[in-house]
Ligand binder design. Structure first.
Ligand code: NAD
Ligand code: TYD
Length: 367
Protein backbone atom coordinates (compact mmCIF):
# COMPACT_ATOMS: atom_id res chain seq x y z
CA UNK A 1 0.00 0.00 0.00
CA UNK A 2 1.35 3.45 -0.87
CA UNK A 3 1.39 6.20 1.76
CA UNK A 4 -1.46 8.05 0.04
CA UNK A 5 -3.59 4.90 -0.07
CA UNK A 6 -2.82 4.20 3.55
CA UNK A 7 -3.89 7.72 4.54
CA UNK A 8 -7.07 7.38 2.49
CA UNK A 9 -7.80 4.09 4.22
CA UNK A 10 -7.33 5.68 7.62
CA UNK A 11 -9.50 8.73 6.92
CA UNK A 12 -12.48 6.90 5.39
CA UNK A 13 -15.45 5.55 7.31
CA UNK A 14 -15.34 1.73 7.43
CA UNK A 15 -17.83 -0.06 5.18
CA UNK A 16 -19.74 -3.28 5.61
CA UNK A 17 -19.58 -4.65 2.11
CA UNK A 18 -21.50 -7.51 0.50
CA UNK A 19 -19.49 -8.93 -2.40
CA UNK A 20 -21.57 -11.18 -4.65
CA UNK A 21 -19.68 -13.64 -6.89
CA UNK A 22 -16.63 -13.25 -4.65
CA UNK A 23 -15.43 -16.80 -5.37
CA UNK A 24 -15.21 -16.12 -9.14
CA UNK A 25 -12.32 -14.67 -11.09
CA UNK A 26 -12.72 -10.90 -10.70
CA UNK A 27 -14.79 -11.11 -7.51
CA UNK A 28 -12.06 -13.08 -5.71
CA UNK A 29 -9.32 -10.71 -6.90
CA UNK A 30 -11.51 -7.89 -5.59
CA UNK A 31 -11.95 -9.61 -2.20
CA UNK A 32 -8.13 -9.90 -1.98
CA UNK A 33 -7.78 -6.23 -2.92
CA UNK A 34 -10.43 -5.00 -0.48
CA UNK A 35 -9.17 -7.05 2.49
CA UNK A 36 -5.64 -5.81 1.85
CA UNK A 37 -6.55 -2.14 1.48
CA UNK A 38 -9.38 -1.88 4.03
CA UNK A 39 -8.60 -4.30 6.84
CA UNK A 40 -11.07 -2.46 9.08
CA UNK A 41 -14.05 -3.22 6.84
CA UNK A 42 -16.47 -6.10 7.35
CA UNK A 43 -16.62 -8.27 4.20
CA UNK A 44 -19.48 -10.67 3.44
CA UNK A 45 -19.14 -12.85 0.33
CA UNK A 46 -22.28 -14.37 -1.23
CA UNK A 47 -21.54 -16.95 -3.92
CA UNK A 48 -23.52 -19.91 -5.31
CA UNK A 49 -20.27 -21.80 -6.15
CA UNK A 50 -21.28 -22.64 -9.71
CA UNK A 51 -18.67 -24.32 -11.92
CA UNK A 52 -16.91 -20.91 -12.02
CA UNK A 53 -16.76 -20.36 -8.25
CA UNK A 54 -13.87 -21.68 -6.19
CA UNK A 55 -13.80 -21.20 -2.44
CA UNK A 56 -10.13 -22.22 -2.29
CA UNK A 57 -9.27 -18.86 -3.84
CA UNK A 58 -10.47 -17.16 -0.65
CA UNK A 59 -8.78 -19.51 1.86
CA UNK A 60 -6.36 -16.89 3.19
CA UNK A 61 -9.05 -14.22 3.54
CA UNK A 62 -11.49 -16.65 5.15
CA UNK A 63 -8.97 -17.24 7.89
CA UNK A 64 -9.38 -13.58 8.83
CA UNK A 65 -12.05 -12.69 11.37
CA UNK A 66 -13.64 -9.91 9.32
CA UNK A 67 -14.73 -12.06 6.35
CA UNK A 68 -17.81 -14.26 6.22
CA UNK A 69 -18.44 -16.59 3.30
CA UNK A 70 -22.06 -17.47 2.53
CA UNK A 71 -22.79 -20.27 0.05
CA UNK A 72 -26.02 -19.08 -1.55
CA UNK A 73 -27.86 -17.74 -4.56
CA UNK A 74 -28.48 -14.06 -5.34
CA UNK A 75 -31.94 -15.12 -6.62
CA UNK A 76 -32.86 -16.21 -3.06
CA UNK A 77 -34.67 -13.11 -1.80
CA UNK A 78 -35.14 -14.38 1.76
CA UNK A 79 -31.42 -15.10 2.07
CA UNK A 80 -30.43 -11.73 0.59
CA UNK A 81 -32.86 -9.88 2.90
CA UNK A 82 -31.51 -11.71 5.95
CA UNK A 83 -27.88 -10.99 5.05
CA UNK A 84 -28.47 -7.29 4.39
CA UNK A 85 -30.20 -6.95 7.73
CA UNK A 86 -28.12 -9.11 10.06
CA UNK A 87 -24.81 -7.84 8.69
CA UNK A 88 -26.01 -4.21 8.43
CA UNK A 89 -24.66 -3.99 4.88
CA UNK A 90 -24.11 -0.45 3.57
CA UNK A 91 -22.28 -1.32 0.33
CA UNK A 92 -22.91 -3.96 -2.32
CA UNK A 93 -20.29 -4.86 -4.93
CA UNK A 94 -22.19 -7.06 -7.38
CA UNK A 95 -20.02 -9.43 -9.45
CA UNK A 96 -22.16 -12.61 -9.43
CA UNK A 97 -23.05 -13.57 -12.99
CA UNK A 98 -22.91 -16.19 -15.64
CA UNK A 99 -20.00 -14.74 -17.56
CA UNK A 100 -18.89 -16.87 -20.51
CA UNK A 101 -20.18 -16.03 -24.01
CA UNK A 102 -19.69 -19.58 -25.37
CA UNK A 103 -21.79 -21.03 -22.53
CA UNK A 104 -24.50 -18.41 -23.18
CA UNK A 105 -24.72 -19.67 -26.77
CA UNK A 106 -25.11 -23.29 -25.58
CA UNK A 107 -27.61 -22.49 -22.78
CA UNK A 108 -28.91 -18.94 -22.32
CA UNK A 109 -31.42 -19.77 -19.53
CA UNK A 110 -28.96 -19.53 -16.65
CA UNK A 111 -27.80 -16.14 -17.96
CA UNK A 112 -31.30 -14.66 -17.86
CA UNK A 113 -31.91 -16.17 -14.42
CA UNK A 114 -28.74 -15.00 -12.66
CA UNK A 115 -27.84 -11.88 -14.59
CA UNK A 116 -31.33 -10.37 -14.89
CA UNK A 117 -33.50 -11.98 -12.20
CA UNK A 118 -30.60 -12.20 -9.75
CA UNK A 119 -29.63 -8.56 -10.21
CA UNK A 120 -33.28 -7.56 -9.83
CA UNK A 121 -33.58 -9.57 -6.59
CA UNK A 122 -30.45 -7.98 -5.19
CA UNK A 123 -31.14 -4.35 -6.14
CA UNK A 124 -34.77 -4.54 -4.99
CA UNK A 125 -33.76 -6.10 -1.66
CA UNK A 126 -31.08 -3.42 -1.23
CA UNK A 127 -33.61 -0.67 -1.98
CA UNK A 128 -35.95 -1.95 0.75
CA UNK A 129 -33.01 -2.21 3.17
CA UNK A 130 -31.88 1.35 2.30
CA UNK A 131 -35.46 2.62 2.76
CA UNK A 132 -35.80 0.88 6.11
CA UNK A 133 -32.69 2.78 7.26
CA UNK A 134 -34.11 6.15 6.09
CA UNK A 135 -32.12 6.24 2.86
CA UNK A 136 -28.59 6.94 4.16
CA UNK A 137 -26.49 8.94 1.69
CA UNK A 138 -23.38 6.78 2.16
CA UNK A 139 -25.04 3.50 1.01
CA UNK A 140 -23.78 2.24 -2.38
CA UNK A 141 -24.91 -0.42 -4.86
CA UNK A 142 -22.10 -1.06 -7.31
CA UNK A 143 -22.97 -3.08 -10.42
CA UNK A 144 -20.01 -4.63 -12.25
CA UNK A 145 -20.65 -4.87 -15.98
CA UNK A 146 -18.96 -5.32 -19.31
CA UNK A 147 -18.08 -3.38 -22.46
CA UNK A 148 -19.86 -6.13 -24.45
CA UNK A 149 -23.22 -4.37 -23.87
CA UNK A 150 -22.14 -1.75 -26.44
CA UNK A 151 -21.90 -4.32 -29.27
CA UNK A 152 -19.26 -4.56 -31.97
CA UNK A 153 -17.02 -1.85 -33.48
CA UNK A 154 -15.67 -1.52 -37.01
CA UNK A 155 -11.88 -1.09 -37.44
CA UNK A 156 -12.02 2.73 -37.54
CA UNK A 157 -14.90 3.40 -35.15
CA UNK A 158 -14.16 5.48 -32.05
CA UNK A 159 -13.93 3.57 -28.76
CA UNK A 160 -17.02 3.05 -26.58
CA UNK A 161 -17.86 5.95 -24.26
CA UNK A 162 -20.44 6.00 -21.46
CA UNK A 163 -23.00 7.43 -23.93
CA UNK A 164 -22.52 4.83 -26.69
CA UNK A 165 -25.96 3.25 -27.33
CA UNK A 166 -26.37 -0.32 -26.10
CA UNK A 167 -26.35 -2.99 -28.85
CA UNK A 168 -25.67 -6.38 -27.20
CA UNK A 169 -25.16 -9.30 -29.59
CA UNK A 170 -24.89 -12.44 -27.41
CA UNK A 171 -27.25 -13.85 -24.79
CA UNK A 172 -24.49 -13.02 -22.27
CA UNK A 173 -24.21 -9.36 -23.24
CA UNK A 174 -27.99 -9.01 -23.64
CA UNK A 175 -28.51 -10.30 -20.10
CA UNK A 176 -25.82 -7.95 -18.76
CA UNK A 177 -27.45 -5.06 -20.66
CA UNK A 178 -30.79 -5.93 -19.03
CA UNK A 179 -29.19 -5.87 -15.59
CA UNK A 180 -27.47 -2.53 -16.30
CA UNK A 181 -30.81 -1.00 -17.30
CA UNK A 182 -32.45 -2.21 -14.09
CA UNK A 183 -29.72 -0.74 -11.89
CA UNK A 184 -29.81 2.55 -13.79
CA UNK A 185 -33.60 2.69 -13.37
CA UNK A 186 -33.27 2.24 -9.60
CA UNK A 187 -31.24 5.44 -9.41
CA UNK A 188 -33.58 7.42 -11.64
CA UNK A 189 -36.82 6.10 -10.16
CA UNK A 190 -36.01 5.69 -6.48
CA UNK A 191 -32.82 7.70 -5.98
CA UNK A 192 -30.97 4.56 -4.82
CA UNK A 193 -27.22 5.43 -4.81
CA UNK A 194 -26.13 3.08 -7.59
CA UNK A 195 -22.95 3.00 -9.64
CA UNK A 196 -22.26 1.05 -12.84
CA UNK A 197 -18.92 0.22 -14.43
CA UNK A 198 -18.47 -1.29 -17.89
CA UNK A 199 -15.09 -2.93 -18.22
CA UNK A 200 -13.12 -4.53 -21.03
CA UNK A 201 -11.67 -8.08 -21.10
CA UNK A 202 -9.82 -8.98 -17.91
CA UNK A 203 -6.97 -11.44 -17.47
CA UNK A 204 -4.81 -12.45 -14.51
CA UNK A 205 -4.63 -14.92 -11.60
CA UNK A 206 -7.58 -17.21 -10.68
CA UNK A 207 -9.17 -17.07 -14.17
CA UNK A 208 -11.28 -20.15 -14.97
CA UNK A 209 -9.64 -22.27 -17.73
CA UNK A 210 -12.42 -21.74 -20.31
CA UNK A 211 -11.43 -18.12 -21.10
CA UNK A 212 -8.94 -17.21 -23.82
CA UNK A 213 -5.83 -16.40 -21.75
CA UNK A 214 -5.88 -19.32 -19.27
CA UNK A 215 -7.11 -21.73 -21.96
CA UNK A 216 -4.14 -20.94 -24.19
CA UNK A 217 -1.63 -21.13 -21.29
CA UNK A 218 -2.95 -24.49 -20.12
CA UNK A 219 -3.18 -25.98 -23.63
CA UNK A 220 0.41 -24.91 -24.36
CA UNK A 221 1.57 -26.61 -21.15
CA UNK A 222 -0.34 -29.76 -22.15
CA UNK A 223 0.73 -29.71 -25.82
CA UNK A 224 -2.91 -29.41 -26.97
CA UNK A 225 -4.15 -27.45 -30.03
CA UNK A 226 -4.72 -23.71 -29.46
CA UNK A 227 -8.21 -23.07 -30.89
CA UNK A 228 -8.39 -19.60 -32.46
CA UNK A 229 -11.89 -18.70 -33.64
CA UNK A 230 -12.42 -17.59 -37.26
CA UNK A 231 -9.52 -15.61 -38.73
CA UNK A 232 -8.14 -14.53 -35.32
CA UNK A 233 -8.46 -10.85 -36.29
CA UNK A 234 -11.06 -10.00 -33.62
CA UNK A 235 -9.85 -7.24 -31.33
CA UNK A 236 -10.29 -6.99 -27.56
CA UNK A 237 -9.05 -4.37 -25.10
CA UNK A 238 -7.18 -6.27 -22.35
CA UNK A 239 -7.01 -5.12 -18.72
CA UNK A 240 -5.07 -6.76 -15.92
CA UNK A 241 -7.54 -7.81 -13.21
CA UNK A 242 -5.65 -5.92 -10.47
CA UNK A 243 -6.20 -2.72 -12.46
CA UNK A 244 -9.91 -3.49 -12.70
CA UNK A 245 -10.00 -3.88 -8.90
CA UNK A 246 -8.24 -0.55 -8.32
CA UNK A 247 -10.75 1.14 -10.67
CA UNK A 248 -13.69 -0.40 -8.79
CA UNK A 249 -12.14 0.80 -5.54
CA UNK A 250 -12.04 4.45 -6.66
CA UNK A 251 -15.55 4.29 -8.11
CA UNK A 252 -17.08 2.74 -4.97
CA UNK A 253 -15.26 5.13 -2.65
CA UNK A 254 -15.39 8.31 -4.74
CA UNK A 255 -17.73 7.85 -7.72
CA UNK A 256 -20.90 9.91 -8.14
CA UNK A 257 -24.12 7.95 -7.55
CA UNK A 258 -26.17 7.43 -10.70
CA UNK A 259 -23.09 7.58 -12.93
CA UNK A 260 -21.61 4.99 -15.26
CA UNK A 261 -17.83 4.71 -15.72
CA UNK A 262 -16.04 2.83 -18.49
CA UNK A 263 -12.90 0.92 -17.45
CA UNK A 264 -10.30 -0.13 -20.00
CA UNK A 265 -6.64 -0.90 -20.39
CA UNK A 266 -5.91 1.05 -23.58
CA UNK A 267 -4.49 -2.24 -24.85
CA UNK A 268 -6.26 -3.21 -28.07
CA UNK A 269 -4.85 -6.49 -29.36
CA UNK A 270 -5.95 -8.92 -32.10
CA UNK A 271 -6.66 -12.40 -30.75
CA UNK A 272 -4.02 -14.03 -32.93
CA UNK A 273 -1.40 -11.54 -31.71
CA UNK A 274 -2.33 -12.19 -28.09
CA UNK A 275 -2.00 -15.94 -28.63
CA UNK A 276 1.46 -15.42 -30.19
CA UNK A 277 2.47 -13.32 -27.16
CA UNK A 278 1.41 -16.14 -24.83
CA UNK A 279 3.31 -18.69 -26.94
CA UNK A 280 6.47 -16.61 -26.73
CA UNK A 281 6.13 -16.11 -22.98
CA UNK A 282 5.66 -19.82 -22.34
CA UNK A 283 8.50 -20.76 -24.70
CA UNK A 284 10.68 -18.46 -22.57
CA UNK A 285 9.37 -19.26 -19.07
CA UNK A 286 8.30 -22.92 -19.09
CA UNK A 287 11.24 -25.31 -18.77
CA UNK A 288 9.48 -28.34 -20.25
CA UNK A 289 6.95 -28.00 -23.04
CA UNK A 290 5.60 -30.96 -25.02
CA UNK A 291 5.70 -28.90 -28.25
CA UNK A 292 8.21 -26.16 -29.01
CA UNK A 293 7.85 -23.51 -30.35
CA UNK A 294 4.35 -23.59 -28.97
CA UNK A 295 3.00 -21.48 -31.85
CA UNK A 296 3.03 -24.77 -33.82
CA UNK A 297 -0.11 -25.64 -31.82
CA UNK A 298 -2.17 -22.71 -33.18
CA UNK A 299 -5.27 -24.08 -34.94
CA UNK A 300 -7.95 -21.95 -36.59
CA UNK A 301 -11.40 -23.32 -35.78
CA UNK A 302 -15.01 -22.55 -36.73
CA UNK A 303 -15.94 -19.05 -35.62
CA UNK A 304 -18.11 -18.37 -32.55
CA UNK A 305 -21.75 -17.60 -33.53
CA UNK A 306 -22.37 -13.83 -33.62
CA UNK A 307 -18.70 -13.17 -32.75
CA UNK A 308 -18.19 -9.44 -32.07
CA UNK A 309 -15.35 -8.09 -34.20
CA UNK A 310 -13.86 -5.36 -32.03
CA UNK A 311 -14.24 -3.84 -28.58
CA UNK A 312 -12.43 -0.68 -27.47
CA UNK A 313 -12.95 1.38 -24.34
CA UNK A 314 -12.57 5.12 -23.86
CA UNK A 315 -11.84 5.45 -20.11
CA UNK A 316 -11.30 9.24 -20.18
CA UNK A 317 -14.12 9.94 -17.72
CA UNK A 318 -12.62 7.69 -15.06
CA UNK A 319 -9.22 9.27 -15.56
CA UNK A 320 -10.31 12.92 -15.55
CA UNK A 321 -12.97 12.68 -12.82
CA UNK A 322 -11.39 10.15 -10.44
CA UNK A 323 -7.72 10.08 -11.47
CA UNK A 324 -7.57 6.36 -12.27
CA UNK A 325 -5.16 4.85 -14.79
CA UNK A 326 -4.06 1.23 -15.25
CA UNK A 327 -0.68 0.28 -13.78
CA UNK A 328 0.02 -2.63 -16.15
CA UNK A 329 0.60 -2.79 -19.88
CA UNK A 330 -0.48 -5.93 -21.70
CA UNK A 331 3.19 -7.02 -21.81
CA UNK A 332 3.81 -6.69 -18.06
CA UNK A 333 0.39 -8.06 -17.10
CA UNK A 334 0.59 -11.11 -19.38
CA UNK A 335 4.06 -11.96 -18.08
CA UNK A 336 2.81 -11.87 -14.48
CA UNK A 337 -0.19 -13.96 -15.46
CA UNK A 338 1.87 -16.65 -17.19
CA UNK A 339 4.21 -16.76 -14.19
CA UNK A 340 1.17 -17.21 -11.93
CA UNK A 341 -0.21 -20.12 -13.99
CA UNK A 342 3.20 -21.77 -13.95
CA UNK A 343 3.51 -21.40 -10.17
CA UNK A 344 -0.09 -22.38 -9.32
CA UNK A 345 -0.85 -25.66 -11.07
CA UNK A 346 -2.51 -26.85 -7.84
CA UNK A 347 -5.16 -24.19 -8.33
CA UNK A 348 -6.07 -24.87 -11.98
CA UNK A 349 -5.36 -28.57 -12.53
CA UNK A 350 -8.40 -29.79 -10.48
CA UNK A 351 -10.63 -27.53 -12.60
CA UNK A 352 -9.97 -29.65 -15.71
CA UNK A 353 -12.70 -32.03 -14.50
CA UNK A 354 -14.84 -34.47 -16.48
CA UNK A 355 -17.54 -31.79 -16.53
CA UNK A 356 -15.08 -29.30 -18.01
CA UNK A 357 -13.89 -31.84 -20.61
CA UNK A 358 -17.51 -32.43 -21.68
CA UNK A 359 -18.02 -28.66 -22.08
CA UNK A 360 -14.74 -28.45 -24.03
CA UNK A 361 -15.80 -31.24 -26.42
CA UNK A 362 -19.11 -29.49 -27.04
CA UNK A 363 -17.55 -26.13 -27.94
CA UNK A 364 -14.48 -27.31 -29.84
CA UNK A 365 -15.90 -30.18 -31.90
CA UNK A 366 -14.09 -28.92 -35.01
CA UNK A 367 -10.60 -28.84 -33.43
P1 NAD B 1 -16.83 -15.73 -13.12
O1 NAD B 1 -17.73 -16.52 -14.01
O2 NAD B 1 -15.40 -16.09 -12.98
O3 NAD B 1 -17.44 -15.70 -11.64
C1 NAD B 1 -18.82 -15.56 -11.38
C2 NAD B 1 -19.06 -15.91 -9.91
O4 NAD B 1 -20.47 -15.71 -9.65
C3 NAD B 1 -18.75 -17.37 -9.57
O5 NAD B 1 -18.03 -17.44 -8.36
C4 NAD B 1 -20.12 -18.02 -9.43
O6 NAD B 1 -20.14 -19.10 -8.52
C5 NAD B 1 -20.97 -16.84 -8.94
N1 NAD B 1 -22.38 -16.99 -9.27
C6 NAD B 1 -22.93 -17.33 -10.46
N2 NAD B 1 -24.25 -17.38 -10.36
C7 NAD B 1 -24.57 -17.04 -9.09
C8 NAD B 1 -25.80 -16.88 -8.39
N3 NAD B 1 -26.98 -17.10 -8.96
N4 NAD B 1 -25.74 -16.49 -7.09
C9 NAD B 1 -24.54 -16.27 -6.47
N5 NAD B 1 -23.36 -16.43 -7.09
C10 NAD B 1 -23.37 -16.80 -8.39
O7 NAD B 1 -17.00 -14.22 -13.62
P2 NAD B 1 -15.93 -13.03 -13.65
O8 NAD B 1 -15.13 -13.13 -14.89
O9 NAD B 1 -15.26 -12.95 -12.35
O10 NAD B 1 -16.90 -11.78 -13.82
C11 NAD B 1 -17.42 -11.09 -12.68
C12 NAD B 1 -18.31 -9.96 -13.17
O11 NAD B 1 -17.55 -9.07 -13.99
C13 NAD B 1 -19.49 -10.43 -14.03
O12 NAD B 1 -20.62 -9.69 -13.68
C14 NAD B 1 -19.04 -10.13 -15.45
O13 NAD B 1 -20.15 -9.87 -16.28
C15 NAD B 1 -18.20 -8.89 -15.24
N6 NAD B 1 -17.12 -8.66 -16.22
C16 NAD B 1 -16.24 -9.66 -16.53
C17 NAD B 1 -15.20 -9.39 -17.42
C18 NAD B 1 -14.18 -10.46 -17.77
O14 NAD B 1 -13.31 -10.22 -18.61
N7 NAD B 1 -14.17 -11.62 -17.12
C19 NAD B 1 -15.07 -8.13 -18.00
C20 NAD B 1 -15.99 -7.14 -17.65
C21 NAD B 1 -17.00 -7.41 -16.75
P1 TYD C 1 -13.20 -14.77 -24.12
O1 TYD C 1 -12.03 -14.96 -23.21
O2 TYD C 1 -14.23 -15.85 -24.18
O3 TYD C 1 -13.86 -13.36 -23.77
P2 TYD C 1 -15.06 -12.55 -24.53
O4 TYD C 1 -15.75 -13.42 -25.49
O5 TYD C 1 -15.93 -12.19 -23.38
O6 TYD C 1 -14.41 -11.38 -25.20
O7 TYD C 1 -12.67 -14.57 -25.59
C1 TYD C 1 -11.80 -13.51 -25.95
C2 TYD C 1 -11.63 -13.53 -27.44
O8 TYD C 1 -10.94 -14.73 -27.80
C3 TYD C 1 -12.95 -13.56 -28.21
O9 TYD C 1 -12.79 -12.78 -29.40
C4 TYD C 1 -13.12 -15.02 -28.57
C5 TYD C 1 -11.69 -15.52 -28.73
N1 TYD C 1 -11.48 -16.93 -28.37
C6 TYD C 1 -10.83 -17.80 -29.27
O10 TYD C 1 -10.44 -17.40 -30.38
N2 TYD C 1 -10.65 -19.10 -28.89
C7 TYD C 1 -11.07 -19.57 -27.69
O11 TYD C 1 -10.87 -20.79 -27.41
C8 TYD C 1 -11.70 -18.67 -26.78
C9 TYD C 1 -12.16 -19.15 -25.42
C10 TYD C 1 -11.88 -17.35 -27.15
Amino acid sequence: MTLVEHEQALSRKPRTILITGGAGFIGANFVHHWCQHYPGDRVVVLDALTYAGNRKTLAEQEAQANLRFVHGDICDRALVDALLQEEAIDTVAHFAAESHVDRSILGPDAFVRTNINGTFTLVEAFRQHWKAHNQPAHFRFHHVSTDEVYGSLGPNDPAFTETTPYAPNSPYSASKAGSDHLVRAYYHTYGLPTLITNCSNNYGPYHFPEKLVPLMCINILMGKPLPVYGDGQNVRDWLYVGDHCSALDVVINRGTPGETYNIGGNNEVKNIDLVHMLCQLLDELAPELPVRPSSKLITFVTDRAGHDRRYAIDATKLKTELGWAPAQTVETGLRQTVEWYLANRDWWQPLLSAEYQAYYEQVYTSV
